[in-house]
Design a binder for this molecule. Sequence first.
Ligand SMILES: O=P(O)(O)OC[C@H]1O[C@](O)(CO)[C@@H](O)[C@@H]1O
Length: 506
Amino acid sequence: MRWTELEAAVADAARHPLKEVFSREPDRLARLTLEACGLTVDLSKTILDEGVVAAGLALADEVDFGAWRAKLLSGAVVNPTEGRAATHSAERGVGSEADVKAAREARTAMKALYERIAAGDFGAVGRVVHVGIGGSFLGPALVIDALPASGPVPDVRIVSNIDAVSLERAIEGADPAKTLMIVVSKSFTTLETRMNAESVRDALGLPAERVIAVTANPDKAHEFGVAPGNILGFAETVGGRYSLWTGVGLAAALSAGWDAFTDLLEGAGEMDRHFAEAELAQNLPFMAALGDIAYASILGAESRAVFAYDERLRLLPDFLQQLETESNGKQVDRNGHRLARPSSPVVWGGVGTDAQHAVFQMLHQGTHLVPVEFLAIREPGHSMDRDHHRQLIANCIAQGAALLAGRSFEEAQRETPDEQIARAKVFDGNRPSSTVVLPRLDARTLGALIAYYEHRTFSFGALLEINSFDQMGVELGKNIARAIASGETASLDLSSKALMDRLTSG
Ligand SMILES: O=P(O)(O)OC[C@H]1O[C@](O)(CO)[C@@H](O)[C@@H]1O
């Protein structure tokens, strides 16, 4: 049983203080600094020593990792509960011939629509209101925020929440004659999206020709009143949280430009090929996932934190939260058996340096094990000189160094003779972190980065033998909400019933 070996290797590695690893393993930095597709991933400040990596590779063998990766990338069924493949990589040119062809055809239709909008077929478009939630929101929002607005419609607003505050903000000051709504919903049955789309349509008095739908369920979009020529389809086999690469990215393409959208796909495709071909010990997504498994599933870390030291990636933690937790927050394996060990940790994070003044106290001295991931970009996203970028990067590096080295009581005492104060100034250190470095943030490196996380998420699930592509856990809450909203509160527990009354009666 390879899990036993991996657990033993992790326990063994955990016995050695992390801060001593560089002197114990002189080649460690070189061995655990992996590069591909413009990304450099430094895993050297994690538990991945030679023993853990060897045991992880053996586990990969035992769980048929290679075969499952091949299934993913060739369009075979990897989502058994829904009897589906997961063909997001086909959108980037890596998949079965039929899937790649279908993706290309859908892209041609998307490009034609993009060009019609850019050419003024919809009149002058001053603003696009993108309506969608979950995977139909987080990926496009990330790209729109991260890349410069150099496309034909720089003013793109997004409405996701059913709380209409978000909607009112998105349409504030909009000229109805110059506003286009893009309703994005894979299922086209999502309550929030349908209600928001209706409200935007009514509030602005948008005619059918100014409404576009992107969906894997065109009949529903048609029933909703969207003209057939304004409906972009995509494959049912592309999961919502993996759908940015399809017409779901139309608003992102309108904001960043078609060339940028194409580069995004190319960068992701490059990462697909790296994931498919690189041997596992050099495979970025696999190795990062092995670290995630060691911390979450073996050492019991209940969360993992991601800090982008770059304002342009401030939405990355939100995107990863859905990607990783909705994919791998499962209690059974793909055969329906209860998992023997923890699955997805809570994924959270923020942007550096802001987060240093909020949560880093806990990361440095708190009592929880939280593996931290930093992202840093060599080329700044601004043209200010002074020392902004150097300070930003120095702060990023300093956090990882401090997490590792810590500060002993003796060191603290050198700063203060007061024992009580010195004790409060002790940092245990030996806290793990990894760092992803990009040379610059452009559409290509962003595409590679997002695909890296997609495949890392898949790799984590494959090692645990999870189905990473369904999301049954969101159904029950949706059903109960539907019942409550229509007045069926009789079967609710007393607390929930009282809360509903307090919030809505009278
Ligand atoms: O794109 P749709 O079908 O509106 O779904 C939105 C989101 O809802 C979920 O199904 C979960 O509620 C996500 O997986 C999905 O991204």
